[in-house]
Design a protein around this ligand. Structure first.
Ligand SMILES: [Zn+2]
Length: 126
């Protein structure tokens, strides 16, 4: 095992596991839709890899994560402009350079929905 990163993602996956296990009430889960804000600095591939580890051998084994990326946007208190963050989260207004900004989006991390496999083989949304 040469994979040394992903501690952050592992912790997030344990959190997802707890939420989804409670929500599914024992039903097999096929897919888990997540909202993940850019400011969370989550690496999707690492998150999926971590999910396989965390879910392995449990009731959620084999379920897939569907990651919906929420762009990071900050709003400037000085000039009122929104700045769409790209790459590194530098919390500074792109219009006037002020650091007096409020994060409007990008800090999300939530389970939006889960797809539960029901006994007749079809899939319904929980
Ligand atoms: Zn500004």
């Amino acid at each position: 095992m040469c994979h040394t990163g992903g501690v952050h993602e592992l912790a997030l996956c344990r959190s997802i596991s707890g939420i989804v296990t409670r929500a599914a009430k024992g039903a097999p889960v096929a897919r888990i839709a997540l909202d993940v804000g850019e400011l969370r600095q989550v690496v999707p591939a690492t998150l999926e890899y971590s999910w396989d580890i965390v879910s392995a051998g449990g009731p959620l084994a084999g379920s897939k994560l569907e990651i919906n990326h929420i762009p990071g946007v900050i709003n400037c208190a000085v000039c009122g402009q929104d700045t769409r963050l790209r790459g590194a989260p530098i919390l500074r207004c792109a219009s006037c350079g002020s650091a007096d900004v409020t994060v409007r989006s990008g800090e999300e991390f939530l389970v939006r929905s889960i797809d539960v496999e029901v006994s007749n083989g079809s899939v319904s949304q929980a």
